[in-house]
Design a protein around this ligand. Sequence first.
Ligand code: FES
Length: 110
Amino acid sequence: MIKVTFINADGAVQQVDAEEGRNLLEIAQAAGQPLEGTCEGQMACSTCHVIVDKDWFDKLPRSVEDEEDMLDLASGARRTSRLSCQIIMTTQLDGLVVHIPAESRNMQGL
Ligand code: FES
């Protein structure tokens, strides 16, 4: 099993088992994390945005341009932000740590 750790904005830490081949959004939602994932992986929203731990960011496959465009719209996006629906779990990602951004309904927020 692949282990993934979610760290919430309030500091709560949750470690879960992730199945190979599933995307990180599905795993986060199954674990009860507050990611909406409105477009269900179509790269047409940014509500599945997570901030990848800096030690892990470079180990992930690179994002494509469409993903970068959506991340530009995500509130609270950082240099290590990714769309969780685009991260497919592999055994290489065992131990992955991601931060769940604070919930924000205000898409224009700075
Ligand atoms: Fe919409 Fe990931 S679920 S971009």
